[in-house]
Design a protein. Structure first.
Length: 555
């Protein structure tokens, strides 16, 4: 991209100097590295004034920024000036001041090419209008990138070796410590806050409650100032910051590096016993969140349900018209399984499983009583326990009911035609037999790109539930037909009902369904695979009612 003698734009070429230094060391001096680079570049521009070169007054400096990326304020401002056609030539002391990455250099070249701009290196003479010049530039950039990567490796090795010796290697000073001679020393005022945080978490056992308490007590994060002079910290301690404090091994006098812990050269604030107790409580909380034990409306079967391809089915939901619909959906983490997701209504399968579990528990107790090996007291205790369990299973979805299922249900597997419940009844009562399985016949249909399972009604249901979406569709269809029969154009009726013209046409067509289909929908006797989309989007609806019934599978 270098073309020093370019003069196609006219007599004057606007030149901008770009300078960079990777570290901030020495930048506070009266004459630093950036000043030296700028002075050399300015002298070069002055030597080319006979070619029409003129220095723009703006400075584009990046002191303390690496050349390994383009996240630099000075470079961003310079590229923006080029895009705005305010600069014709970039002048740098060396090419590696502009970038040390071949990939980033290609991006910079795109910006320069788009505006017909160029760049010049004062200490390196080459011309990229020729193949040899481009090769020279790529070689220089390759060595610059190599130098940066070797330097990075050397720094990483130094950090690893230093941390293995227990040295603190920089970064924001954690709450509870102060920095002196590049060593961490305990700040007693802040250390009291850290001890309070650990003690209160063990008492409360809840990050949410502790965050609220710390906010009320005015305990805030550690204030600081970054390398650019901007202040940070001194804010409310959020849950993320709280958990970072509770898991920071610095507080027991250790230094961590890539999963390894080393004795630190600083003094710990928290006793190791307290720290380990907090870690156990945090792990317990993670398990409870994953299993949904303490949720207000827990998904009873979370962590227990698997589809026919061995994929875990996790809770999911959608909200339509402020109504929440819960599902269990297959997780698609395994790329080797290309089969569509399986989806099943959460209330349907939870009701079915709960009903079957009640039957299984009753059978297990009957078998235990029929064995004749139990004394009267044990039989009496078993009968009482049976009534308690059945009462708990009859309750709505609660944390207690969820915990009960987790205590003895081992796994629930869905296939295309069977639901299998595996339990260990001995976990409920040692007097009961051990593992037990129950198979329930089910079906499934394809719905769009997913597989929707058809769950039969449980034994406790006296009649089949009606589909509210289909009921609403039938009501809307007859309302639309009645409005059309009153008179008025499609446009007027659409505006009156708030429908689009196409949707209104769909409703009118739906109103001419067979009376047998409508009666089946009203009674909940339609095929379970029949849905609103099929009824609305069937454009070529047969006029013959018998053909309609055959099309939609209604007897």
């Amino acid at each position: 991209m270098v073309d020093r003698a370019r003069g196609s734009r006219g007599p004057e070429l606007r030149c901008a100097i770009y300078t960079r230094k990777s570290t901030e060391e020495g930048l506070d001096q009266a004459f630093n590295s950036l000043d030296a680079q700028r002075e050399a570049c300015a002298a070069y521009i002055l030597s080319q004034r006979h070619e029409g070169w003129a220095l723009v007054p703006e400075f584009y400096d990046d002191g303390g920024y690496s050349g390994g990326n383009m996240d630099r304020p000075g470079l961003k401002a310079l590229l923006a000036a080029i895009a705005a056609d305010k600069v014709d030539v970039i002048v740098v002391y060396k090419v590696d001041r502009l970038t040390r990455s071949l990939a980033d250099f290609a991006k910079i070249v795109e910006v320069l090419d788009a505006r017909g701009a160029s760049f010049v290196s004062v200490t390196q003479s080459f011309n990229t209008t020729s193949s040899m010049g481009r090769l020279t530039l790529n070689v220089l950039l390759s060595f610059a990138q190599f130098e940066r990567e070797v330097t990075g490796e050397r720094i990483r090795d130094k950090v690893a070796a230093s941390k293995a010796r227990g040295m603190w290697m920089g970064g924001p000073v954690p709450l509870g410590y102060r920095l002196q001679d590049r060593k961490l020393l305990i700040d007693e005022e802040e250390a009291r806050k850290i001890r309070h945080i650990f003690a209160r978490y063990l008492e409360l056992g809840s990050g949410r409650l502790l965050v609220a308490e710390l906010d009320r007590q005015g305990i805030r994060s550690k204030p600081g100032r970054n390398r650019h002079g901007r202040e940070y910290g001194n804010t409310t301690i959020g849950r993320g910051a709280l958990y970072a404090i509770l898991q920071n091994r610095l507080y027991i006098g250790e230094v961590s590096h890539k999963g390894q812990n080393y004795p630190g050269q600083h003094v710990g604030i928290i006793a190791r016993e307290t720290f380990e107790a907090v870690q156990q409580r945090l792990e317990q909380a993670r398990v409870e969140r994953r299993l949904g034990i303490n949720a207000d409306q827990p998904s009873l079967l979370a962590g227990l349900l698997w589809d026919g391809h061995g994929r875990r089915m996790s809770p999911s939901h959608c909200t339509t018209h402020q109504r929440r619909y819960r599902y269990y959906v297959s997780q698609t983490d395994d790329p080797s399984i290309t089969d569509p997701c399986w989806r099943v209504s959460a209330p349907d399968i939870e009701t079915l499983v709960t009903g079957r579990l009640k039957t299984m528990i009753r059978q297990a107790y009957s078998d235990a009583l029929a064995s004749g090996a139990l004394d009267a007291d044990t039989i009496h205790a078993l009968n009482d326990r049976l009534e308690v369990l059945r009462a708990e299973l009859d309750q709505p979805a609660t944390s207690a009911k969820r915990a009960l299922l987790l205590s003895f249900v081992q796994r629930i597997d869905l296939t295309g035609d069977t639901l299998r419940i595996a339990t260990d009844m001995s976990l409920i009562d040692p007097a009961l037999s051990g593992s037990a399985c129950d198979d329930v016949a089910i079906g499934f249909v394809r719905s769009a790109k997913q597989v929707r399972l058809i769950i039969p009604p449980s034994s406790t249901q006296t009649e089949r539930p009606r589909n509210p979406a289909l009921l609403k569709l039938i009501a809307q269809a007859f309302i639309a037909r009645r409005e059309i029969e009153k008179g008025g154009s499609f446009k007027e009726v659409s505006a009156r009902l708030g429908y689009g013209r196409e949707y209104l046409a769909d409703m009118i067509r739906t109103s001419y369904l067979s009376p047998a289909i409508i009666t089946a929908i009203l009674n909940g006797a339609q095929p379970q695979a029949l849905n609103r989309r099929q009824l609305v989007q069937t454009v070529r609806l047969p006029l013959d009612w018998a053909e309609q019934q055959q099309l939609f599978g209604v007897a």
